[in-house]
Design a protein around this ligand. Structure first.
Ligand SMILES: [Zn+2]
Length: 277
């Protein structure tokens, strides 16, 4: 139990660090861009006839739609054709194995795979191994950061699916978790999570969430500023006194009405005079 919690924490913290590392800080997260930056090459599954040796190695590494192999020191992720959202999740899951430095095993001289590669991208339905569970924890937290969802008030499965580009199952799991986090109001207690919010502030502001500190101060002004004037009669009188110099530039309402009436009367008199001639 303690071990599982430690693994959870490690996966969660690594996801926060990865979010800080992502170049384009916006949702959906560019998982493939991050993969490139950390040296994971993403490629389609090879054709058996064209690359029989590589296809055999992939077969040997595990079943499924995605397999990561380290070939002569370079990591390659081979993916079957799939929707963009599933692809994003699979890449994030494999990044999880890689960034959490999961155990590898030798497939053939110079080629390694993750020790438990075989059910990558299961989206926590039935994680067959603790390492796959950790990779899923990482993937979901990388692609749908709770702090950003919180700031944008997105907590339904369909909303998360649209905003983060997650497959339905992963989005539903995230929505369940968000309900729990919202109930506990468990946000921004960890320094890394606060850093993630800071790093994604331009994106949040672009989407109308999380006002900038300056904007927040401006908004607070009308609420804070009138108080001394209304509560303190002396300062209210002072304000009126200061306002007196403005009356010359901009006549008070009754004076303006008189001016309009006089002008109207003058015009009418002029018209009457001209018509009579
Ligand atoms: Zn896996």
């Amino acid at each position: 139990m303690a071990d599982t919690y430690r693994q959870y924490q490690e996966a969660r913290d690594t996801a926060w660090r990865a979010l800080l590392h992502v170049r384009d800080k916006r949702l959906p997260i560019d998982a493939e861009g991050l993969a490139r930056d950390v040296g994971l090459h993403v490629a389609p599954l090879p054709d058996v006839r064209e690359q029989p040796r590589l296809a055999a190695l992939i077969q040997k590494a595990g079943k499924g739609n995605s397999v990561s192999l380290r070939i002569r020191g370079e990591w390659h992720l081979f993916l079957a054709p799939m929707t963009e959202d599933r692809r994003r999740f699979f890449v994030a899951h494999e990044l999880g194995h890689l960034l959490l430095a999961h155990e590898t095993r030798v497939l053939s001289p110079g080629v390694r795979c993750f020790a438990d590669a075989g059910n990558a991208g299961d989206m926590m339905e039935e994680p067959e191994s603790p390492l796959d569970y950790a990779a899923d924890i990482f993937a979901i937290r990388l692609l749908a950061p709770a702090c950003l969802l919180h700031e944008m008030h997105v907590d339904t499965a369909s909303g998360i699916m649209r905003l983060c580009g997650l497959p339905p199952r992963a989005a539903a799991l995230r929505a369940e978790r968000m309900a729990l986090l919202n109930e506990r109001d468990a946000f921004f207690t960890h320094p890394l999570e606060r850093q993630v919010r800071e790093a994604y502030l331009p994106f949040l502001r672009e989407r109308g969430a999380a006002p900038a500190p300056a904007q927040a101060a401006e908004r607070a002004l009308p609420l804070v500023m009138p108080l001394p004037q209304t509560e303190n009669e002396e300062s209210e009188k002072e304000e009126r006194g200061k306002g007196a110099e403005n009356t010359e530039k901009k006549p008070a309402k009754p004076i303006r009405l008189c001016l309009f009436a006089a002008a109207g009367f003058a015009l009418a008199a002029l018209a009457f005079f001209i018509l009579r001639r």
